[in-house]
Write a protein that binds this ligand. Structure first.
Ligand SMILES: Cc1ncc(COP(=O)(O)O)c(C=O)c1O
Length: 419
């Protein structure tokens, strides 16, 4: 079956409002399955874990099934390598604190100017323990990582490399395979912030060979919840900050306090929703993923189908944006290099603040973000921080060609009126 955008959209009640949602990198809409799963959890399973009664047991079963769903999504070897938490930022702060116990003064951590601050600030916090944080620069002309600078900073002193899968501001996808293998050659651990990558491309933690990877379910059609994957031997060895009666084994030792069970039930439904997209539209991509079966295959092919749909829209979006008078686009604009970016684009319009542009679009029922979206280091590096950042348009799997056209038409009117 070819990708049927009307069928896809029919699962998302909020899309019926008439608003055009291009705010996906800040958070996506949720499907009816997710809404039902959260509500059913409250109706039929609402309890704490490990009790001797039915609702507690249902909660245990939902958590176990959700762990396996996320292991499938990320191709983790075991569900026990999946840790839930309130969001990626909190999980990363907890993780950096735990890893900090292994660091000695002078040990180095590499972060990048392309990253969201949630993958910078938790590592800067370790400066208190004497860690030295190295910051990899970017090529400002296309907002790609300066790999020569990365190699220069990587050394026998490097203990951790913290890198993003993709930039939530300008969409650049990093060459994770190369970064991870170089880091491992230097005996450093690699933490991947996959928050912006996860909605747009299949992720294979085993193939990447990253040590740790985090994502946020609300960026791919689920509830506000964070997920952390870690290699099991590493999670075993890491000491967690935990209360004494809580289990000492991973993943539980990292899940501080009572989890957001209803959110986890919704997160399971979000993964299953994605798998259903793969079952319907993934067949053309199955040959690339012969090693997978069942839900793992469905999820890989879903993301492949989504990637193609978003790519097609993004090509038209970029062509249209480039024709707007007075626009400056940040990041990769050449369509022959779109394999190295997600369908998220940041731009400014001459003489207009990003907030004014976003407000105008908002009045026209088109929802986009403006500002720095916490990609502070990048906005500073691009000299945009002082000027209100940039406007960000992010495509999601439920956006349509008509929505892209409408955005371009409104932007064109705005640019013509204001110049
Ligand atoms: C790339 C990236 N990393 C990290 C985060 C932080 O995620 P969370 O809101 O789950 O803490 C975001 C949120 O926008 C993001 O886009």
């Amino acid at each position: 079956m070819t990708y049927d955008i009307h069928e896809i959209r029919s699962h998302f009640p909020s899309l019926q409002s008439g608003a055009i949602f291009f705010d996906g990198p800040g958070g996506t809409q949720v499907s009816q399955q997710v809404i039902d799963a959260v509500s059913d959890y409250y109706k039929t399973a609402n309890a704490n874990t490990h009790g001797a009664f039915a609702t507690a047991q249902r909660t245990d079963a939902i958590l176990a099934e959700a762990r396996s769903a996320f292991a499938d999504l990320l191709n983790a070897p075991s569900p026990n390598e999946i840790i839930f938490g309130p969001n990626m930022t909190t999980l990363t702060f907890n993780l950096s604190r735990a890893l900090g116990r292994w660091l000695n003064p002078g040990d180095e951590i590499i972060v990048t100017h392309l990253d969201h601050d949630a993958n910078i600030a938790p590592w800067l916090a370790l400066e208190e323990r004497g860690a030295v944080v190295q910051r990899v620069d970017i090529h400002p002309d296309d907002c790609t990582l300066d790999m020569a600078d990365f190699e220069k900073r990587l050394s026998t002193k490097t203990r951790v490399v913290a890198v993003g899968g993709a930039s939530n501001a300008v969409g650049t996808m990093n060459d994770l395979k190369t970064i991870i293998s170089l880091a491992h050659m230097a005996d450093a651990l690699v933490f991947v912030d996959a928050v912006h990558l996860a909605p747009h491309a299949p992720i294979d933690a085993q193939n990447l060979d990253c040590d740790l990877l985090a994502c946020s379910v609300y960026k791919f059609y689920g509830p506000h919840l964070g997920v952390l994957y870690g290699k099991s031997d590493l999670l075993d060895r890491l000491q967690a900050y935990k209360v004494r009666p809580a289990e000492n084994q991973p993943p539980h030792k990292f899940e501080t306090g009572t989890q957001n069970h209803e959110g986890i039930a919704g997160a399971l439904a979000a993964v299953n929703y994605l798998a259903s997209v793969g079952e319907k539209y993934g067949a053309p991509y199955a040959a690339q993923y012969k090693q997978f079966s069942g839900r793992r295959l469905a999820l890989k092919t879903a993301l492949a189908a989504i990637k193609e749909h978003e790519r097609n829209l993004f090509v038209s979006l970029m062509v249209g944006l480039r024709a707007i008078p007075g626009i400056t686009i940040y990041g990769i604009t050449d369509h022959t290099r779109f394999d190295y970016r997600t369908p998220t684009v940041a731009f400014t319009l001459n003489g207009q603040t990003p907030r004014a542009v976003a407000e105008y679009l908002g009045r026209n029922n088109i929802y986009v973000w403006d500002g720095n979206y916490y990609a502070l280091a990048l906005m500073e590096r691009l000299g945009l921080e002082e000027r209100g950042g940039a406007v960000r348009v992010g495509l999601a799997h439920y956006n349509t060609a008509e929505e892209v056209e409408r955005l371009l038409q409104v932007l064109m009117e705005y640019a013509a009126r204001e110049t």
